[in-house]
Design a protein around this ligand. Structure first.
Ligand code: PRE
Length: 312
């Protein structure tokens, strides 16, 4: 395989540098753990069942090497579970399938030990490797995600790194901010609806602020614009609410209390963060945004008599 190791394609999902944050165990891909059943289920039957429920990209974690033929035939990728990370015979056999491999970090594994597993895959001729930080055993009782390690693994290896959130989406935004290329929920889908929502929200709204996408085709470019628009819509809505608060606090609010000097200053400040657009192009945009906010504030207060004087 001579693919660019910075981005790994798992069926229709690509995770990695320059690509959107994928949610595995959510909208973008699913995964199935055969380890959870301790080898008591037939791999081909379990995978066939998963396939009836989900037609998109499917990753499967084997219980043992005996599961690999079924995975080779019916899955889009293989997960080396944290518990098996240093089972090198399994790692090498899994890599030889030629499918993308997701290597979860063992709970006590160091960065070097984790990265070495990717090198085992490469030595088998398979460079389609994504890493997955799945946490260490800590004083908190369960496993705790190490986001510093996630970041270091991404920088050191250049490979995509996923964050395994399990059924708790509360660290989704932190993982995206730390550089995660994908968020891994589950396995399965049970009980993860709230976590999936948090992961989707972080991947959609936060990711455009903290990572750049480099789309290579029209659909991908439109997808990237959709994600920027989602972040923009969230901020515009929040801005409108704050502008409404200002109208209530000002002595004279609404259109009657418009402060053009303040508007000029805020456009100039924004132009410093948006040098491509500059003041000239930003001015009409912000004028429309501000007027929408004022209109909304007046509508919500039932007329133009805004501000404390109006309240009196
Ligand atoms: O800062 C104010 O005085 C506001 O009323 C807020 C705001 C804005 O939306 O940013 C709206 C109208 C003013 O002309 C200037 C700015």
């Amino acid at each position: 395989m001579t693919e660019d190791p910075c981005a790994v394609r798992i069926g229709t999902l690509t995770v990695g540098h320059g690509h959107p944050v994928g949610v595995i165990g959510g909208d973008d891909a699913r995964w199935l753990s055969l380890r959870e059943a301790h080898g008591r289920v037939a791999a081909d039957e379990a995978i066939a069942k998963a396939r009836t429920e989900w037609a998109g990209p499917l990753l499967v974690e084997p219980f043992s090497a005996a599961d690999l033929p079924a995975i080779a035939g019916h899955a889009d990728g293989v997960v080396i579970g944290a518990a098996w990370m240093q089972d090198f015979a399994l790692v090498r056999a899994a890599a030889r399938l030629g499918l993308p491999v997701v290597v979860q970090r063992g709970q006590a594994a160091t960065l070097e030990e984790w990265l070495a597993v990717a090198e085992y895959c490469r030595a088998e001729g398979n460079d389609r490797v994504a890493l997955c930080e799945s946490g260490s055993r800590t004083h908190l009782g369960g496993v705790t995600l190490d986001l510093a390690l996630l970041r270091a693994a991404r920088e050191r290896s250049g490979r995509p790194v996923l964050a395994a959130l399990g059924e708790d989406g509360s660290l989704a935004a932190a993982a995206v901010a730390a550089g995660a290329d994908g968020l891994m929920l589950g396995p399965g889908t049970a009980g993860t609806a709230a976590a999936a929502d948090e992961a989707r929200e972080a991947a959609t709204v936060l990711a455009p602020l903290v990572r750049r996408e480099e789309p290579g085709c029209l659909d991908a470019a439109r997808g990237a614009i959709d994600r920027v628009d989602a972040a923009l819509a969230t901020l515009l809505d929040r801005r409108a609410a704050l502008a409404g608060t200002v109208q209530r606090l000002k002595p004279v609010g609404g259109f009657r209390g418009r402060d053009m000097d303040r508007e000029r200053r805020l456009v100039a400040a924004m132009a410093r963060r948006a040098p491509r657009l500059g003041e000239e192009l930003l001015r009409p945009v912000m004028n429309a945004v501000i007027e929408a906010g004022l209109r909304l504030a007046e509508e919500e207060r039932g007329g133009p008599d805004l501000g404390r004087r109006g309240d009196g």
